[in-house]
Ligand binder design. Structure first.
Ligand code: SF4
Length: 371
């Protein structure tokens, strides 16, 4: 497009306008960028950590996690040597735990195959576990000055609006973002685009009046900015009800089990659970029987006495799953094993528990305190 808002050849800016657009956006970024702890840093490990944390999480939330993470795992060697449970514990609360598992696996590869030095090119970064096009582009451009794009959700939205595209295809996004990168400041260019999307070109009510690139924006010229990009078709949300066993021993410790590596919350710890069959939601006997079954399968010896308590349902929304946990508190016993631990409910738990499981633990501790 050119300054009048008309698309240029192949829907990309004309070169003379591109130079002006870059100057406008980078100048705005230099003046207004938020003061975030990873800004100005070019250490590839720290950039990598920040970029992984920032996926699906707001910068304000990430800040404190990022600081604590670097205290705990200051470099790639420390992370590679850490126990995965400690890594997941440090990640607890950020969600999408596969990001932490991949970061740990990537650190191990860097230590074992790259002598502890984060590889310095986009192509080599892409070889690391869990490092996709976005993370590789962000690390390569910010830490190593490689002129490659980094397209996250914010950049996708900005480009869709700049070029007035309702449904920008991944290939078009990659090629367009690559054509826009300022080779003299690639890392700052990518961050400037992301920052624009996070602070000005926001999903709702974009601040076009304060936007440094509004003169080039085709969507603004057409009045379509609120409709770009068009919402993608939503995946249906599955609903699942789970009988959850909180098996408590004489010391007030409860059993948590490590979940299989694949599937929901893979590799995380949780109270044993099992899906409740449809039609038995109101049947307490069926609920208790299912909870006992889950507890026994996880390695607990469960008392045949009636349950100590039935807790209020705990609901949690995952991306495509609405889960309702029906916790049943049962008396029982057992020993720690590779994939099971008996943990105190009324003290910080030494394994990473997802947010819904922590709610169940708190509710169980409260009820048991009253018994
Ligand atoms: S002019 Fe408006 S829609 Fe266009 S890039 Fe700027 S904020 Fe986004």
């Amino acid at each position: 497009m050119n300054r009048s808002g008309r698309p240029g050849a192949a829907g990309r800016p004309l070169p003379e306008d591109l130079a002006a657009l870059r100057r406008a956006l980078l100048g705005h970024y230099d003046r207004t960028r938020r003061d975030l702890p990873w800004r100005g840093d070019t250490d590839p490990y720290r950039i990598w950590v920040s970029e992984v944390m920032l996926q699906q999480t707001r910068a304000e939330t990430v800040t404190e996690y990022y600081r604590r993470w670097l205290e705990r795992f200051p470099d790639v060697e420390t992370l590679a040597a850490a126990d995965l449970d400690d890594v997941l514990l440090a990640w607890q609360g950020l969600g999408y735990y596969s990001r932490a598992r991949n970061l740990h696996a990537g650190a191990v590869v860097v230590r074992d195959r790259h002598a502890g030095t984060v590889p310095g090119t986009y192509e080599a970064l892409r070889e690391l576990p869990g490092v996709g096009a976005y993370t590789a582009g962000a690390v390569a451009s910010i830490a190593f000055g490689e002129a490659v794009p980094a397209v996250d959700g914010n950049v996708r939205r900005v480009l869709a609006r700049l070029f007035d595209r309702a449904a920008p295809a991944p290939k078009w996004l990659r090629e367009t973002a690559a054509a826009l990168v300022d080779a003299s400041r690639p890392g700052e260019w990518n961050q400037a685009l992301m920052e624009l999307g996070a602070t000005v070109c926001t999903p709702r009510s974009p601040g076009c009046h304060a936007c440094p690139v509004s003169a080039w924006c085709a969507a603004r010229a057409a009045g379509t900015q609120e409709e770009r990009p068009a919402p993608s078709a939503r995946r249906a949300v599955l609903r699942e009800r789970l009988a959850t066993a909180v098996v408590v021993d004489r010391d007030g410790c409860a059993l948590v089990a490590r979940r299989p590596e694949s599937g929901l919350l893979g590799g995380m710890w949780s109270f044993p659970d099992t899906p409740l069959e449809a039609g038995v939601e109101g049947d307490e006997d069926a609920l208790v029987a299912s909870a006992r079954k889950a507890a026994t399968a996880a390695g607990a010896r469960v008392s045949h006495e009636p349950p100590l308590a039935l807790l209020e349902p705990v609901r949690h929304r995952f991306t495509h799953l609405a889960a309702t946990y029906r916790p049943v508190v049962l008396a029982g016993s057992g020993a720690d094993g590779e994939n099971r631990r008996w943990v105190a409910l009324d003290a910080p738990v030494a394994v990473a528990l997802p947010v819904a499981q922590r709610k169940i633990a708190r509710a169980a501790a409260t009820v048991l305190g009253r018994l």
